[in-house]
Design a protein around this ligand. Structure first.
Ligand SMILES: Cc1ncc(COP(=O)(O)O)c(C=O)c1O
Length: 324
């Protein structure tokens, strides 16, 4: 920190880890959260955007002037917008038509080309959110499909940066690590590093009701997905970055609980975070009930409330969606 950075890319990582004093005192455990909204573009995804693009550059898969294409719930797209601006690539992103207006405005301001996927389409439809991005890449001259959901460089970014940072900041004393599962890159990459350091560390994932990971983990069944409002977590398909063998348990959370915890976090700890952070906090408190007092529990707050002012932080929106 005590030097001049050459570009925004050097500002990625090195985020603060904070002890949640009110929740720690109430639960009798140490509850710690890594504030990933402190990254330059405001989310944990800056780490993977830089790492995945530089890995593809190193092995010659991206050519100068290429157009990078991926699907994203917004945060990876914003990280990629920074990386592409600095490295001279164009960027096309497939988004769900339900994405928060703040993220859409932010992406447009950065000149990202957006392709909207209709969320009412079934997952097997060729135009569904998951299937559209490889097609867009194939149709785009110089298109390169980054595929954050199956690209294991996503996980590697966290094994190389997020995991070691948590280990150092926790001074090597961690009982449980908890993270929401979106692409699975964070939980799998951090778990790989932490379990290598101390195999006794338990890793717990959080999955939204409506997504398929919870049932697959507990009973190896693939249930039919159903819509939910939380952004960034869960999926309709099994994806390559979720390494189930590194995960010890998965908990399921509904939208209402996640949003309630997100707003409570702002009032109790003055941490203004996004919906997946409320979900992660709920998971940490559930785990604290099971471990009993004294456990040291670390989690991730992936992005900030600024992206959800017209959704989670709007009573009109919550009422419209039947959340209050
Ligand atoms: C807000 C938010 N939280 C959590 C996650 C999950 O992280 P990962 O994709 O590494 O599983 C994402 C991923 O999109 C996200 O956008």
């Amino acid at each position: 920190m005590n030097r001049i950075y050459e570009s925004m890319l050097e500002g990625i990582g090195g985020t603060p880890l904070i002890r949640l004093s009110s929740y720690s005192e109430e639960s009798g455990c140490g509850i710690f959260a890594k504030l990933e909204f402190a990254n330059p573009m405001g989310s944990i995804k800056d780490r993977i955007a830089k790492h995945m693009v530089e890995a593809a550059e190193r092995d010659g898969r991206i050519k100068p002037g290429a157009t990078i294409v991926d699907n994203s719930s917004g945060n990876t797209a914003l990280g990629l917008a920074m990386v592409c601006a600095l490295k001279g690539y164009k960027l096309k992103i497939v988004i769900r038509d339900t994405l928060s207006p703040e993220k859409i405005k932010f992406l447009k301001a950065l000149g990202v080309e957006l392709v909207y996927a209709d969320t009412s389409l079934p997952p097997e439809s060729p135009r569904s959110y998951n299937n559209l991005a490889p097609q867009v890449a194939a149709e785009t001259p110089g298109g390169f499909y980054l595929d954050q959901h199956n690209n294991r460089e996503n996980n590697a970014a966290h094994t190389l940066t997020t995991g070691p940072e948590i280990w150092r900041q926790m001074e090597g004393r961690i009982d449980v690590f908890i993270a929401g599962i979106g692409t699975g890159g964070t939980i799998s990459g951090v778990a790989r590093f932490l379990k290598e350091k101390d195999p006794r560390i338990k890793v717990v994932g959080i999955d939204p009701a409506g997504s398929i990971f919870y049932d697959y983990f507990h009973s190896k069944t693939l249930v039919r997905p159903s819509p939910y409002l939380m952004e960034g977590l869960g999926d309709e398909f099994l994806i390559g970055c979720v390494e189930f063998d590194l995960i010890d348990d998965i908990l399921r959370i509904d939208d209402r609980t996640a949003f309630r915890m997100t707003k409570e976090l702002a009032r109790r700890e003055a941490i203004f975070a996004g919906g997946s952070s409320g979900a992660a906090l709920w998971g940490a408190l559930e785990v604290a009930k099971r471990t009993g007092p004294g456990a040291r529990i670390a989690t991730i707050f992936a992005d900030s409330a600024n992206r959800y002012l017209s959704t989670i932080y709007s009573d009109a929106w919550l009422t419209e969606k039947g959340m209050i």
